[in-house]
Design a protein around this ligand. Structure first.
Ligand SMILES: [Zn+2]
Length: 91
């Protein structure tokens, strides 16, 4: 059995939305969870991501408007690109 491929932090963050919407294949979920288990930085990132989504969900029982989600994702990605949430283990 080959060892499950470990995602790097950037890949995990790209998959975050899919993971939360349970769109990932079982194999990807395992790799994703394994990464989260090993990587405190991504766990913190996930927690922040989740709480920002749930903040909106609290305002309305429906899912947040697509454009709002898109804006947040862009915002979060910008933060990542600026290095604000980069884990210590990278580089
Ligand atoms: Zn990570």
């Amino acid at each position: 059995m080959p060892i499950t491929v470990l995602y790097n932090c950037t890949e995990v963050r790209d998959f975050l939305a899919d993971y939360l919407e349970r769109k990932l294949a079982r194999r990807q979920q395992w790799a994703f969870r394994l990464h989260l288990w090993l990587c405190p930085a991504c766990r913190r990132y996930l927690a922040k991501y989740r709480s920002s989504l749930e903040l909106w969900r609290g305002l309305d029982t429906d899912a947040p408007p697509a454009e709002l989600v898109e804006l947040t994702l862009k915002f979060l990605r910008t933060r990542v690109e600026e290095g604000e949430w980069l884990p210590e283990t990278e580089h």
